[in-house]
Design a protein around this ligand. Structure first.
Ligand SMILES: [Zn+2]
Length: 462
């Protein structure tokens, strides 16, 4: 098949595959700036770094858009086994964990499918409910930590214990509320310590634990960072790509998220250099702030740019996209773009995994809810078995391969070019009623219902 962009493809891909910019940027973002978790000095430095790079790459209208949010800082947390034996259990608090002291029995809900909570019934009341991070088998969808937490709280739990399901990776973190202090405390333990508690309980009967945790939630400022390549023909239309830049405070967040962000930086660099006079509509590049604690930056962007949402052809979410795995697109319920991307893949002579899917757990979701066409880079054909090193202290840059970064940046650059040059884009923004119709009955969005129930409980209790 003829490729009308062959010249530009060759220039962009040749450059990406012979430059070290991505690894250099990754090194600064991980080794120099650290976790970039909301409220850290590294977060502030990263936001400035994107401004400088976007400008150096020749993007226009480069800016930081500040907003206020509830930042969370961990203090000391201890988990003490009180009965049937005394022992200190290593653990960490999960973001937005309130300060608390609780002594209670443990209830183990395993992989925590909705049916496991039904089976637990009233036994969870006033207890410390333990779940694993493993996706429940045979359910046909993942059950996110947020849903396991919400179901525990709704079941009357006094606290939540999140047990990692991987050997040797320590506890797995992840927030238990969005942009505010959580209702009940949540902590994480390693697989090894979680298994010990499970064995002890089955051998010796009920076990009692004492949890003491001190943390702090308070207002702070964060930023979305934005840069643009203006279009040449299709006025008032944009294709956007974005990725969050905050990791978790226990980690470098090398794969999740920043591998995706360095691919965006690289796309900005090569599209600016080889395609800026050719693109039809504009291309906007966004580094989203504070995703890990409630998609806050993306929600703020949607709120601040209400009157421009009609102009967005597509948002390509690059969260974690430079990690291992095949690099294609997972489009969020927009079959009207299938023909366009199938054609693009052929034209690119690229074996691109492609399909429709849905998830509520990254920065595309506030845009999806506002009716904007969205997709994420990933492998639509892969089955999700868990986060791997993600959300542990071991998500460090030594796990990231240059080849993966190069492929992510190559695919992103070629797709952005093609979407920006298409004269008649097939997807339009949905009304809120259309969003509702598509969301309803989607098992992957079960979390929306469960969180609405949790919200009612939250309002009653606070
Ligand atoms: Zn992420």
């Amino acid at each position: 098949m003829a490729n009308p962009y062959l010249e530009i493809d060759r220039l962009m891909l040749g450059d990406i595959h012979t430059a070290m910019d991505q690894m250099d940027n990754l090194t600064v973002l991980c080794d120099d700036f650290g976790s970039r978790f909301g409220g850290t000095e590294g977060e502030r430095s990263a936001a400035r770094f994107f401004v400088d790079l976007f400008k150096a790459y020749g993007l226009k209208n480069v800016r930081r858009e500040p907003y206020t949010y509830a930042s969370w800082t961990r203090g000391a947390t201890t988990l003490e086994l009180v009965e049937p034996v005394k022992k200190e259990i290593p653990c960490i608090a999960l973001p937005y964990c309130p300060s608390a002291t609780i002594e209670a029995e443990m209830v183990d809900v395993g992989d925590a499918a909705p049916a496991d909570f039904e089976a637990m019934g009233r036994r969870g009341r006033g207890k410390l409910v333990m779940v694993t991070s493993r996706p429940p088998q045979g359910l046909g969808r993942n059950v996110h930590r947020s849903e396991k937490y919400a179901r525990s709280a709704l079941g009357g739990a006094a606290g939540f214990i999140f047990m990692n399901h991987y050997d040797g990776r320590g506890p797995a973190t992840g927030s238990i509320a969005d942009n505010r202090e959580a209702l009940i405390p949540g902590i994480s333990v390693s697989k090894e310590w979680g298994s010990y508690l499970q064995r002890l309980q089955s051998r010796r009967g009920p076990i009692r634990l004492k949890l003491k945790t001190r943390n702090r939630t308070r207002p702070r400022k964060s930023w979305n960072v934005i840069g643009e390549l203006p279009g040449n023909r299709l006025d008032g239309q944009w294709v956007m790509t974005g990725c969050h830049y905050d990791g978790h405070d226990i980690s470098q967040g090398a794969m999740d998220p920043i591998s995706g962000m360095v691919a965006i930086l690289e796309s900005a660099r090569v599209l600016s250099r080889y395609a800026k006079d050719r693109i039809g509509c504009g291309i906007r590049f966004i580094a989203f702030g504070t995703e890990e604690i409630g998609l806050i930056g993306a929600k703020e962007y949607v709120k601040a740019h209400q009157d421009e949402l009609d102009e967005i052809r597509l948002l390509v979410n690059m969260d974690s996209a430079g990690g291992a795995g095949r690099k294609g697109l997972i489009v969020h319920r927009r079959p009207e773009v299938d023909a366009f991307f199938e054609n693009a893949a052929k034209e690119m002579a690229y074996d691109m995994p492609y399909g429709q899917g849905m998830s509520a757990f990254s920065d595309h979701f506030p845009f999806f809810n506002a009716g904007v066409p969205t997709c994420g880079m990933g492998d639509a054909e892969a089955t999700f078995t868990g986060r791997g090193f993600g959300h542990t202290a071991f998500d460090t840059m030594d796990k990231i391969n240059l080849a993966d970064l190069r492929e992510a940046a190559s695919v992103l650059s070629r797709l952005l070019l093609r979407v920006a040059c298409e004269e008649k884009w097939p997807a339009k923004r949905w009304s809120s009623r259309q969003v509702e119709r598509v969301s309803k009955g989607d098992a992957n969005l079960e979390i929306v219902k469960v969180e609405a129930d949790l919200e009612r409980l939250y309002r009653r209790r606070r």
